[in-house]
Design a protein around this ligand. Structure first.
Ligand code: C5P
Length: 398
């Protein structure tokens, strides 16, 4: 798969650096040559000797190593590869990349390069969630940096959450998608997915039956074609897509905020089943049964319509905005009206009457409504729907 390809692997200083040894092997198995660069921190976690032995290459460490400069200057080193992979990418290295700091060999190479860069972030969950890091993520995405992970899970520091480095296999897959030059390469696509939860009190919420399966399938199909995906998901039971930027939210208001933070993008796909209403005055404490003689009365207020808001943006409106219409009656008429009232380009209509088994199920049946046509697709799996949609997007030549 990578025969004749040269990968410059920058190993950052984090506990996940041990996985970079496995990563070297995975790249080599696929035929790539790996040229390793280690930061000073990385050498605290894995020895340069192991990296040199596995990669069968000299390990580059120091910017001011005269030998290296005479053999191969840093500009040459950064440009002679087909892809630069940073794994683990620490918060510090990401901050340097975002702000163009060139303070050591690794950061200088990253500033001097014009080859594609793939980073696999790895850090403590609080560091990942910190606004400083999240701002850097946005800058890096805008600058065209590709991401693999981070994943959610148990961490070396004993905490749980986002920040685990992607497994070597996932990083290799992300690298192949970049090198394979998919038709959506360098396109940023935003996807909302899953239900939203609207709290009533600290323990209860209003939700819906959306599984998030269709949104995850769409993300996977687009990532496979090279798109940079920002996946904004409500509390969903579906497996999260890999190799994209995931933002988890709970409520419609949080989802809108996340969507706005992810713009600009080329295409926005709103597959989330957003709650149309939220509870007006959420109770701070759990509501007690005692004393509710007239039963429990809840006032609802309307949630912001995310699809409509983005469809009507004056600045930075995505070139293609796609919404879903989950209908149970008057399907075509309701969906066509929905397309007009929301101002989006395409509506994917699906019949969610309980007897169809579509909501929360494995299959879907879509009619694509655009300004010029109603295109009925046969009933198929949600991943086949995702591939069909991805193909339509590619055909549009966005
Ligand atoms: O109005 P309705 O909920 O039927 O519209 C469905 C479409 O609008 C879906 O694409 C959904 O993701 C989007 N939507 C939204 N924000 C809302 C309600 C729906 O983005 N508050």
């Amino acid at each position: 798969m990578f025969h004749g390809r040269r990968i410059l692997l920058i190993i950052g200083g984090g506990i996940a650096a041990y996985k970079s040894l496995q990563l070297i092997r995975e790249f080599q198995k696929k035929g790539a040559t790996v040229v390793p660069v280690m930061t000073r921190g990385a050498a605290e976690f894995v020895t340069p000797l192991s990296v040199a032995a596995l990669s069968k290459n000299k390990v580059f460490k120091d910017l001011f190593d005269l030998n290296d400069e005479s053999e191969m200057g840093h500009i040459e080193l950064s440009r002679s590869s087909d892809l630069i992979v940073v794994a683990p990418a620490t918060a510090n290295l990401m901050a340097k990349m975002a702000f163009g700091v060139a303070s050591d060999l690794a950061s200088t190479l990253l500033l001097a390069t014009d080859t594609p860069v793939l980073i696999a972030p790895a850090m403590n969950v609080r560091m990942w969630e910190h606004p400083a890091t999240q701002n850097n993520v946005k800058i890096l995405m805008k600058n065209g940096i590709h991401f693999s992970g981070p994943e959610e899970g148990d961490m070396a520091c004993g905490e749980f959450g986002f920040g685990r480095m992607s497994e070597p296999e996932a990083i290799v897959k992300a690298a192949s998608e970049i090198l394979i030059n998919g038709p959506l390469r360098n396109k940023h696509i935003l996807i909302t997915s899953g239900p939203t939860h609207e709290p009533i009190d600290p323990v209860r919420y209003i939700a819906n039956r959306s599984s998030g399966n269709q949104g995850s399938a769409i993300a996977n199909a687009l990532i496979a074609l090279g798109a940079k995906v920002t996946f904004i998901s409500g509390p969903s039971i579906s497996e999260m897509p890999k190799n994209c930027h995931i933002i988890k939210v709970e409520t419609a208001i949080e989802m809108l905020k996340a969507v706005k933070s992810a713009i600009p993008c080329d295409v926005a796909i709103f597959s989330a089943a957003v709650s149309d209403w939220r509870v007006e005055n959420q109770n701070i404490n759990k509501i007690k049964k005692n004393g509710l003689n007239d039963g429990l009365k809840i006032n609802f207020v309307e949630n912001p319509d995310i699809l409509k808001t983005i469809s009507n943006l004056e600045h930075n409106r995505p070139k293609l905005v796609i919404g879903f219409a989950a209908e149970t009656d008057n399907l075509l008429k309701n969906a066509t009206e929905k397309r007009n009232s929301k101002g989006c380009d395409w509506i994917l209509l699906n019949d969610v009457s309980p007897e169809t088994g579509i909501m929360g199920g494995e299959e879907n049946q879509i009619t694509l409504i655009s300004s010029s046509e109603n295109e009925e697709w046969p009933r198929m799996s949600k991943s086949a729907v995702a591939n069909q949609l991805a193909k339509k997007i590619v055909d549009l030549g966005i």
